[in-house]
Design a protein. Structure first.
Length: 250
């Protein structure tokens, strides 16, 4: 829960205490009427362009008054006003901390995280053949000796080669690229996702800014699409792979 959500929740706790304190009402009726009132206010806010309609705000506001209502029921059980106030205050804090902790657990359980790295060793080249990229050799870029761990792709005797890969799941794509040295820096690499170019680099960039190479490229991509990698000249792309977005309990 972020700071805004924290405020939306805690600001409405007093309503859950004072409204049932002034008017005797059941919890179901109270929370239903309150939620509908918040929905009407959110709708009016959107129609008047004073803000956007946010169902999350309505849910947090309703959760806040529910905490207040629960604290009221736990606290106001005797004729001793001071005792009632103390118990209600303590109940508010306990219920709030419980809801806050539970929401954190739920948020984490429903938030996708990056899974283990999986190499892409089945790119389809321009001839329709599967290229595994397993012809791995070490090379040098700037002051670094590069030894790819999983795969390496290049033009293999051609001037240009295009590789494609169809994927089904939401994931984070990553790869390294650069021109092995010594070189004339004649080459380039382009990466597209569903026809939209997301990377365009050339050997000339490496010649001008050698400190940036070898370079790593990483981008989150949505489920269901096609990855295209176009390599020209001496450029190399290696350790191409992805991390699937998955729930912690998968």
């Amino acid at each position: 829960m972020d700071l805004v959500g924290f405020g939306n929740l805690i600001a409405f706790i007093p309503f859950g205490i004072f409204i049932p304190l002034l008017y005797r009402i059941s919890f179901i009726r109270f929370i239903t009427m309150f939620f509908l009132a918040i929905m009407v206010m959110e709708t009016m806010q959107a129609l008047s362009f004073l803000g956007s309609f946010d169902i999350n705000d309505a849910l947090l506001n309703s959760l806040g008054v529910a905490i207040g209502f629960g604290a009221y029921k736990l606290g106001f059980r005797s004729s001793n006003i001071r005792r009632n106030i103390v118990i209600t205050s303590i109940s508010c804090m306990v219920l709030f901390l419980g809801v806050w902790g539970l929401s954190g657990i739920v948020d984490k359980a429903l938030t996708k995280e990056e899974g283990p790295f999986l190499a892409i060793n089945e790119l389809i080249d321009s001839s329709g053949n599967t290229s595994t990229g397993n012809n791995i050799n070490s090379f040098r870029i700037s002051p670094q000796d590069i030894k790819p761990r999983f795969n390496i792709y290049g033009v293999e005797g051609r001037n240009m080669e295009t590789f494609t890969y169809k994927y089904k799941e939401q994931m984070t794509l990553s790869l390294y690229y650069g021109t092995p040295e010594p070189s004339d820096y004649l080459g380039s690499v382009r990466v597209s996702v569903d026809g939209q170019e997301v990377l365009n680099s050339s050997g000339e960039v490496q010649r001008l800014y050698p400190e940036l190479f070898p370079a790593m490229f990483k981008i989150p991509i949505q489920a269901g699409g096609e990855l295209t990698i176009t390599i020209e000249g001496n450029e190399k792309v290696w350790d191409v792979g992805y991390r699937k977005m998955q729930y912690p309990w998968n």
